[in-house]
Design a protein around this ligand. Sequence first.
Ligand SMILES: NC(=O)c1ccc[n+]([C@@H]2O[C@H](COP(=O)([O-])OP(=O)(O)OC[C@H]3O[C@@H](n4cnc5c(N)ncnc54)[C@H](O)[C@@H]3O)[C@@H](O)[C@H]2O)c1
Length: 361
Amino acid sequence: MTAVPNLKIGFIGAGFIATYHSKSIRRIEQSLPFQIERAGVFDVDSARATSFAAASGHHVMSSPQEVIDSSDVVYICTWTSEHLEMVRKIAKSGKALFCEKPLATNIPDAQEIVRLCEEFSITNQVGLVLRHSPAYLLARDLVHAPEAGRVMSVIFRDDQFIPIQGHYDSTWRGDVSRAGAGTLLEHSIHDIDMLHAVIGPIAEVSARQSFFHGIAGIEDVLTTNFSFSILSDSAQSNGAVAIGSLTSIWHDNLARPSLRRVEIFCEKRFITIEGDDWFGPVSWTNSDGSGGSLAGDELVAVTRELIPNHPNPDAAFLLAAYSRKPAYPDVSVALSAHQTVDAIYRSAREGGNNIPVVNNS
Ligand SMILES: NC(=O)c1ccc[n+]([C@@H]2O[C@H](COP(=O)([O-])OP(=O)(O)OC[C@H]3O[C@@H](n4cnc5c(N)ncnc54)[C@H](O)[C@@H]3O)[C@@H](O)[C@H]2O)c1
């Protein structure tokens, strides 16, 4: 019998999201056509590396390079400010990488990450996991169905308690040198990515931000209006431009789970995404009185064929890495979200001026 080859996985950073990925891989590993070998883990906090290793079966190493040398694929799960340095090391090794979002604390670093992945032609995926969410995949389908008419507007609200407490068990998100910024970059970059994925690219923004926690550089409320590129550049649009708003909040209500609510108005269809980011429900009503609502297993089943590779983002990445194929979503998808985020921050700094989104990725 031919032995099933192994794929060796390493982790740099052994905190909250590394633990999430490790558990996710354990759930899907039996379904993969190769065996998972748990290679190195490194964390600057050695106690974290030790407890991660004890729970997962990885081996504690004394540097990022040792992890890279021990692995075929490497997960970058450090504070955001460290991502670029890790990408530099991994790209040069030619190993596949999974980089958590945000890519970096600023645009030049995010661009450098994209450049490195291209230069060394490595399989790469980012932690913009909602790209695999059945709820958002169904919403995209409902929005773009011809019977919906043109998309008119979206109202996106996202709130959670400021993640420097509670189960996050870390404080780096309150340090601008590590996180880069607050609720928009650190958390709602997912929302910007979903606006891009579900509706289309954003053309122009106007934003305001606020700092209730008094932490320099870490905004805890941000609202932005925006217009989408779709329709706006069409000569036939006659002023029909899809527009919308996003409100992102980091409060102190520890009793409230992290929650998103999205309302999308098309000319002949109204859609809501609420409840669970993955399992919905997604509900819609049409101008002829018909409509529906899907959640849970039913929603997963209906959207299965809309998912590019594997429904689990970690499985999708490992399958791509194993076969040395491109993974999805990759760093260039993340760079587009960064460019919109950057325009929003510029507008907020300028008191709400209209700022065009520069997309030169
Ligand atoms: N995709 C998502 O939905 C999602 C969710 C949570 C976090 N994240 C992202 O994941 C990253 C980590 O977040 P977290 O919640 O796991 O934080 P965390 O504080 O729980 O873990 C980060 C770990 O990285 C370690 N670390 C920092 N610098 C390091 C370095 N140079 N080398 C090795 N280890 C280092 C820290 O000691 C810490 O243990 C961040 O970029 C965050 O934005 C993404």
